[in-house]
Design a protein around this ligand. Structure first.
Ligand code: GDP
Length: 467
């Protein structure tokens, strides 16, 4: 009992202060970041409206302890604002459409006024939680390994990667690079063109569903578009002797300029992101669309796995890692979410979570995120389909219904089974996947966005801060 009272007293002291929580959301392109943040903000803003009874897993909402939620001015002036209103308008327009995807970092801030819980409840104490939400492309996290590689090592690693489909896509850029004399005085315009060719190659990889691309900023350059810092490329055609010889090239040679730009990129762009943003986050959500790559090919799926594994490295910060030494991050909760779960029937959600978990845990090997409370779930931030039952030969089957994007037809379908484990080669030959894209459902401006399990998300991320 004494311990309990002591804890309550400690809590009470803590409650005397308003709290701030910096929540970061990331994931590879089109994993659903924009949809997720739009829905998260929307669920919170509608928390007390009558038509939002769908937050039953979120204690503070169920117990009606959230008194008010309002958007307020963000604190960091140099970060673009997350355009919630614009995104919401896309959903409330007729016909409803998906908002534009994440292109760089953005921020939004909410003030959540709540009533506290526990022994002192009768005192009717209220507090305010200031919630800062950051959105940034997961591609930026793919650059972390660069900090441990010099230009030659990185180039050699890229050469290893360039096989099969990638080799074909890289052909034009490679032919052009091979034509330049790396000892000659660098021409900025030539470098700009070659970097453009290289960026096009990376974008072509992405279009083919290949997600593991470096440098990550090249495909989502944001405010760096056109800057020399994002105008370099790996030299994948050189052998060891050529690398050795090039070390003696003049300071203004192509070789020296490329090396300088690579170093600048690592020291300022990559490190800058981790130092200025990443190390300030308290909690992190990582979104993964595990369904779309199943539509492509085994290669695309493996590539996404590789991309995600590289991205997760930013969170494996045990005591000894370079990352921890450089940035001392302070994230205490990590949430992995498989998105777009409204593409599949409810009984498949379990498999989807299991697949995500396998992807994160390197095919089953346990990975500890030291000192970080970690969880996995499957969600639909913006539910575009209805779960229905279809009668066939006297039996009822679970199915989904929605407006299919490609032909705007209302369809009812059983999208198939999600593998609960990482699929092997044989699996791809015997079972195809066909997950269609759907249009969002029409939305009244006064209504909350329909979702799946966003209340479980709010519970994990916010509940302890609202107690
Ligand atoms: P971002 O690049 O990570 O910001 O991804 P977006 O949030 O823009 O999502 C990319 C696309 O995925 C959207 O245009 C939608 O087509 C689809 N999408 C995202 N979230 C959902 C969801 O909850 N349900 C469904 N059915 N589709 C979604």
């Amino acid at each position: 009992m004494f311990d309990y009272i002591q804890k309550e007293l400690d809590n009470l002291i803590d409650r005397g202060f308003d709290r701030t929580l910096r929540l970061a959301v990331t994931g590879l392109s089109r994993s659903g970041k924009t949809a997720f943040i739009t829905s998260l903000v929307n669920q919170l803003l509608h928390i007390n409206t009558l038509d939002n009874p769908r937050l039953s897993l979120f204690d503070a909402a169920r117990e009606k302890r959230i008194l008010a939620v309002k958007p307020i001015e963000q604190r960091t002036m140099h970060i673009p604002r997350f355009e919630y209103e614009k995104n919401l308008k896309c959903l409330t327009d007729t016909p409803a459409r998906w908002p534009d995807s994440t292109r760089g970092v953005s921020e939004t801030r909410l003030a959540i006024r709540y009533q506290q819980r526990g022994l002192w409840r009768h005192l009717k104490e209220t507090g305010t939680l200031y919630l800062d939400i950051f959105d940034y492309p997961g591609e930026w996290l793919l650059d972390l390994p660069l900090l441990e590689l010099d230009f030659q090592q990185w180039s050699e690693q890229q050469r290893e990667l360039m096989q099969g489909q990638r080799l074909e896509l890289a052909q034009k850029w490679q032919e052009n690079v091979a034509k330049i004399d790396l000892f000659a005085k660098a021409d900025a315009a030539v470098l700009a063109q070659l970097a453009k060719d290289y960026t096009e190659y990376l974008l072509a990889c992405k279009a083919q569903g290949l997600h593991f691309i470096q440098p990550g900023r090249f495909v989502l350059a944001g405010e760096l578009e056109g800057a020399p810092a994002v105008q370099f490329f790996p030299l994948v055609h050189l052998n060891k002797a050529q690398w050795q010889a090039l070390k003696k090239a003049d300071n203004d040679s192509y070789f020296a300029v490329l090396t300088d730009r690579y170093d600048y990129y690592c020291q300022h762009i990559v490190k800058g992101f981790y130092r200025d943003y990443f190390s300030t986050f308290d909690r992190q959500v990582i979104l993964a669309d595990c369904l779309t790559p199943l539509n492509h090919s085994q290669r695309a799926f493996l590539d996404m796995q590789e991309g995600l594994q590289a991205l997760f490295k930013s969170f494996h910060y045990g005591k000894r890692t370079l990352f921890n030494r450089l940035f001392s991050p302070k994230i205490d909760k990590l949430m992995f979410l498989a998105t777009k779960a409204d593409h599949i029937t409810r009984e498949q959600h379990h498999n989807l979570i299991s697949l995500l978990r396998q992807l994160v845990q390197e095919g089953g090997r346990y990975v500890a995120y030291e000192g970080i409370k970690t969880t996995y779930d499957a969600i639909a931030a913006i539910r575009a389909t209805q779960q229905v039952k279809v009668k066939q030969n006297g039996k009822f089957y679970a199915a989904i219904q929605g407006i299919r994007q490609k032909d705007q037809q209302k369809i009812t379908l059983y999208p198939g089974e999600v593998p609960s484990r990482l699929p092997n080669a044989q699996f791809w030959q015997t079972q195809g996947f066909e997950f269609d894209q759907f249009e969002p459902q029409p939305l009244e401006p006064s209504s909350a966005i329909p979702h799946l399990r966003m209340d479980a998300v709010l519970q994990f991320l916010l509940a302890d801060k609202l107690d």
